[in-house]
Design a protein around this ligand. Structure first.
Ligand code: ADP
Ligand code: MG
Length: 612
């Protein structure tokens, strides 16, 4: 039964359509959308030479009858609307009725199509909008449409086609997006005669991701869900251990449409701040659902971009959802109630946590608790503690008050109440702590972990970190230029517990330091800060201050943290693990290196060929 009607030119004019066909991927998109609109549940895409030679899309949708097959190439031929008022309510992709017309004008198309009720189908060959051949054929229900020799009729446009590889890459991304958007459709992708992807119908995005993404990512996918009446988010994202060097693996769908939105991407990536290294990007497929009147999908001719009514709200929700999802995942690695079992090895003395209240456990970083409330005390320069080693000193002379340290870790829901038994095996290569867990061997980098603990302490409680006033203040000599550069920024140091004053045109005097810092390292810190300030930067005063502050805190954390190569006692190791477990952003050090890493029992058994 014929379904296509001709739009009046008046109506057509009102629909100011953009150029549809710029590159092969645009054609693939139009053809696949037509297949989806036709109710297909199985769509195969065949590409040759990145789409320059041939793009073929075969579907099992409703097909067209003999009449429709002929007029579908006419401009403004559409079965989807008859009046422009319907644009608002349309929920199919097509509606302009011009995709096939535009494609036909720049290529040669072969169309084979049949409706389910028809005995036979129709085959049409059309070149530069002229029908070359039209016959009836025996064929399956659905539509098989091939676009050959793209831009053969317009050589000027052909020149603008990019390298085959680039066009192919764009098609791949589009294919992935369709797969994520329509898990209930079975998709195939072929290139130059080879089947590259076969993605059967599935019910979850995670399964889709497993069909599409590289196997190394399979154990690193997390599901993300937020359900709110005004906004819902659902998707699959990579964890903190897997990342790529570009952001092309991040897909967003707004109300079922694949869109690109710079601000959303930035917000999403911000959710991974401090979790994966800078310049590395996660992969994700996220569906965002908002009420239709809160999003404008008509700002782009191909509807690849959208405008939200409340963009900040969406961005913040996304960033927060990512943070919480990552946090939840890590809390499964490092459960809240860590209990250590006596180690079986002779070098690991038994430890019974229940006999020692955590708050008062006389260990290095337990002193963090006390530091929060300690007042400035006088000490000789030689006494300034710097590392975990120094804490006996802190315990005796600095402790003023003691209360548990609770850094503002993001709320972690559903932390298992079960007390996982962990067994600290010991220190390996004087750098890594080895922890036996039920599901594998957990390795912690002692420097990265301690650095993160201190960084969070400095950045969240900097005004409560205890400082030591130096008995013999430390003098630093710099060039007068450097002095001029640094003096306007001395307040950043003072808010971090480093009191510096200028005492000559080329000298600074350090009056006090946070208890963790050595006066030696302050020289490096000051010199590095000067280089950050003098680096050409487009930051305004406020941003510069913030950046400097963060860098300073990271630098302080780095200098004060235990180093690789430091020998740690069993007790210190245990305390480090406990502190890490309570720390926000604990997946990575402030430079983005991981703090811990699980070698799963499964992987170990595979190595020993106990499993396949
Ligand atoms: P639009 O999708 O905007 O309606 P197109 O030029 O893309 O315009 O397609 C014109 C018409 O051709 C569609 O409205 C539809 O009726 C028909 N058509 C195109 N592709 C298919 C297909 N794969 N299966 C069934 N009908 C199709
Ligand atoms: Mg269409």
């Amino acid at each position: 039964m014929a379904k296509i009607k001709q739009l009046s030119s008046h109506e057509a004019q009102k629909i100011a359509a953009g150029e549809v066909v710029e590159r092969p991927a645009n054609i693939v998109k139009e053809l696949v959308e037509n297949s989806i609109d036709a109710g297909a549940t199985r769509i195969s895409i065949y590409i040759e030479d990145g789409g320059k030679q041939c793009i073929r899309v075969v579907d099992n949708g409703c097909g067209m009858d003999f009449t429709d097959a002929q007029i579908c190439f006419d401009r403004h031929a559409t079965s989807k609307i008859t009046h422009v008022d319907q644009l608002e309510s349309i929920d199919t992709f097509g509606f302009r009725g011009e995709a096939l017309a535009s494609i036909a004008s720049v290529s040669q198309i072969t169309l084979i199509t049949k409706e389910e009720s028809a005995m036979e189908g129709t085959k049409i060959i059309i070149h530069a909008n002229n029908i070359q051949e039209i016959i009836t054929v025996a064929c399956a229900t659905g539509t098989d449409i091939s676009v050959h020799n793209l831009f053969s009729t317009v050589p000027a446009r052909k020149k603008f086609l990019k390298a085959t590889q680039t066009e192919w890459r764009t098609i791949q991304l589009l294919f992935n997006a369709f797969c994520f958007d329509y898990p209930h459709i079975h998709f195939f992708l072929f290139s130059d005669g080879k089947q590259l992807l076969n993605c059967p119908i599935t019910t979850t995005l995670k399964n889709r991701a497993l069909q599409l993404w590289e196997p190394s990512i399979h154990n690193h996918l997390l599901e993300l869900h937020v359900d709110d009446s005004a906004l819902s988010l659902s998707g699959v994202i990579s964890d903190h251990q897997q990342y790529r060097y570009d952001r092309t693996g991040i897909y967003f769908f707004v109300n079922k449409r694949w869109i690109k939105n710079q601000h959303l991407s930035s917000a999403f990536i911000k959710g991974y701040a401090n979790v994966i290294p800078a310049g590395r990007y996660p992969v994700a497929a996220i569906h965002i659902t908002v009420p239709n009147n809160e999003v404008d999908i008509n700002i782009h001719p191909r509807k690849e971009e959208v405008k939200f009514l409340h963009p900040r709200r969406v961005e913040q929700a996304l960033q927060q959802a990512v943070k919480i999802t990552l946090e939840k995942n890590l809390s499964q690695h490092l459960k809240k109630d860590i209990t250590f079992q006596p180690a079986a090895f002779p070098y690991s003395p038994p430890f019974n946590p229940s006999s020692v209240p955590f708050d008062r456990y006389p260990l290095p970083s337990a002193s963090f608790n006390t530091l929060l409330h300690a007042k400035i005390v006088r000490a000789s320069e030689a006494d300034i503690p710097t590392q975990l080693e120094s804490t006996e000193y802190e315990q005796t002379s600095l402790m003023v008050n003691s209360s548990p340290l609770t850094l503002d870790a993001p709320p972690v829901e559903n932390i298992s109440k079960s007390t996982d038994i962990y067994r600290l095996i010991g220190q390996y290569n004087t750098t890594y702590l080895l922890v036996e867990k039920e599901d594998g061997l957990f390795l912690v980098d002692q420097h990265a972990a301690h650095e993160r603990i201190l960084y969070e302490l400095f950045s969240q409680r900097f005004n409560e970190v205890a400082t030591i006033q130096l008995l013999f203040p430390h003098i630093i000599t710099l060039s007068p230029d450097d002095i001029t550069t640094i003096t306007p920024h001395l307040d950043i140091f003072s808010t971090n517990g480093i009191i510096i004053e200028q005492c000559a045109s080329d000298q600074l005097i350090i009056q006090s330091l946070p208890v963790h810092l050595k006066d030696q390292s302050i020289n490096d810190i000051i010199k590095e800060t000067i280089s950050w300030i003098t680096n050409p930067t487009s930051l305004d005063e406020q941003e510069l201050k913030k950046t400097l502050n963060n860098k300073l805190q990271a630098q302080m954390a780095c200098k004060a943290a235990v180093k690789a190569g430091d020998i740690l006692t069993q007790e210190k190791m245990e305390q480090l693990l406990r502190d890490l477990e309570k720390t926000a952003n604990r997946f990575s050090c402030p430079h983005g290196r991981p703090t811990g890493w699980l070698l799963s029992l499964h992987e170990i058994e595979k190595k020993f060929k106990r499993r396949t």
